[in-house]
Design a binder for this molecule. Structure first.
Ligand SMILES: Cc1ncc(COP(=O)(O)O)c(C=O)c1O
Length: 443
């Protein structure tokens, strides 16, 4: 018998190593999704679950949307795959042009990836290579921020600032430093929208310039609004100040918009919302409504132009993915943009944001709640951790909400909500009433 013949292996839960999941806990008590439509998932026992987090901040148009389904069905019979390198297909160019028109300012060039993590790696490599192409090869240092999340690859992990995501993986990339995070600044509790205090935290960049010399710094990367570390909003004036310091020192500013792009803040991008134009913007998730993996990196013309200088028969940027701009993803993204446009979803968050804000802050005074934060269609509900058992209380809310028909996400002891942008007011009421009842009932 061949040593590798193993066809009698059972079809069970054991083979699959699940990402960012407590595997043993899950497999002992699985939560299986078998369908999705509109605002709801269907579970294996037939129950419906209101999607309070747009999948993973990606299904901004909700689930099973006809335009997207039809676009994919059509595409797969027409052109299933086309080589990503030295070949093109029309939908890549159509999508990039359309995205460039949506994005304000000089961010007119678009590079396709397959995920947020890949968008971040692409952006970091672009930043370093851009400086080198301009004769400033000494600018290699990258600056991130504590509590930042930029995906799970080595560059993103290194500029990221979530200890649990970093500590198992050695020394990470060298030449990286971090700004302080802006969470928990005095006077900012229960802020409605952007908090008032903390713009001066951007001055950390001045200190890092003094420490390392600005001529060694290629780029600063921040999430304009941090989701993964528990919904951390930018203090008023903070992003403007970062932009100014970057400009003073020739440093590129990268906004990681993997969760904020495509309507989450009530505007197409955070760039619109905060009226600050970075040099590079990373996106993914809701670009193709989470249906097919896809990411896009937007860069200012000056960055693209800096690469377009050598002999014309030479590859200008030695970077790309087999699935960069693949036809299925492009079709899904075009169907997604059609849906966003036809239903006004990229600004619907703005129409709903007052109602949403009132619902979020209705939890003020609820037992265990120590802070509430909101912007656009995002909420952060911070709970007091159980003594000696961080994360336990929030995870219990997650499990009880699941039983009650609501999907939420927790990070640390913060509950994060980011529903599809098609959510109705009655569904907002259901989400917050359910949460209030559950939170009050906890030890
Ligand atoms: C800001 C940010 N950047 C990057 C990523 C990584 O995206 P992905 O999981 O698609 O690699 C995420 C994912 O949540 C994110 O929130």
């Amino acid at each position: 018998m061949s040593a590798i013949a193993a066809n009698d292996k059972a079809n069970d839960l054991e083979a699959y190593w699940m990402p960012f999941t407590a595997n043993r806990q899950f497999k002992a008590n699985p939560r299986m999704v078998v369908g999705a439509d509109g605002m709801h998932f269907t579970l294996s026992d037939g129950r419906k679950l209101l999607d309070g987090i747009a999948g993973l901040w990606c299904c901004n148009a909700g689930h099973n949307r006809p335009r997207i389904v039809e676009a994919i069905q059509r595409q797969v019979t027409e052109l299933d795959y086309s080589p990503a390198f030295q070949m093109g297909h029309p939908k890549q160019f159509e999508l990039a042009s359309r995205l460039a028109r949506m994005m304000p300012g000089d961010l007119n060039k678009v590079f396709f990836t397959n995920s947020g993590s890949e968008s971040v790696e692409t952006a970091l490599k672009m930043a370093i290579a851009y400086h080198r192409a301009r004769g400033e090869g000494h600018r290699t240092r990258l600056i991130g921020r504590e509590k930042g999340y930029h995906g799970v690859n080595f560059g993103g992990m290194s500029v990221g600032g979530m200890p649990a995501n970093r500590k198992m993986f050695g020394t990470l990339m060298t030449g990286v430093d971090h700004l302080r995070h802006t969470h928990g600044i005095e006077g900012n509790s229960y802020s409605k929208g952007q908090p008032d205090n903390g713009a001066d935290y951007a001055d950390d960049l001045i200190r890092l310039c003094e420490l390392h010399d600005p001529s060694t710094i290629a780029a600063v990367i921040v999430e304009p609004l941090a989701g993964s570390a528990g919904v951390i909003l930018p203090p008023k004036g903070y992003l403007e100040r970062l932009r100014k310091i970057c400009d003073q020192h020739g440093i590129l500013l990268i906004f990681d918009e993997v969760i904020t792009a495509f309507g989450r803040l009530g505007t197409p991008f955070a760039v619109n919302k905060f009226d600050v134009e970075p040099d590079i913007v990373t996106t993914a998730k809701a670009l193709a409504n989470g249906v097919i993996p896809m990411g896009a990196v937007f860069v200012q013309d000056k960055i693209y132009d800096a690469f377009m200088t050598g002999p014309e028969n030479m590859v200008e940027f030695f970077h790309g993915y087999t699935f960069s701009g693949n036809p299925m993803a492009c079709a899904a993204a075009l169907g997604t943009l059609d849906t966003y446009e036809e239903e006004g979803l990229l600004t619907r968050g703005a129409d709903l944001s007052d109602y949403w804000q009132d619902a979020v802050h209705s939890l003020k005074g609820t037992r265990h709640v120590i802070d509430l934060r909101n912007l656009g269609l995002i909420a952060g509900i911070e709970l007091e951790p159980r003594p000696g058992k961080p994360t336990a209380r929030a995870f219990e809310v997650f499990l009880k909400a699941y039983e009650a028909g609501l999907l939420i996400r927790t990070t640390g002891d913060t509950i994060a909500l980011s529903p599809p942008l098609i959510i109705e007011k009655s569904q907002i009421d259901f989400a917050f009433e359910t949460l209030a009842t559950i939170i009050k009932s906890l030890d």
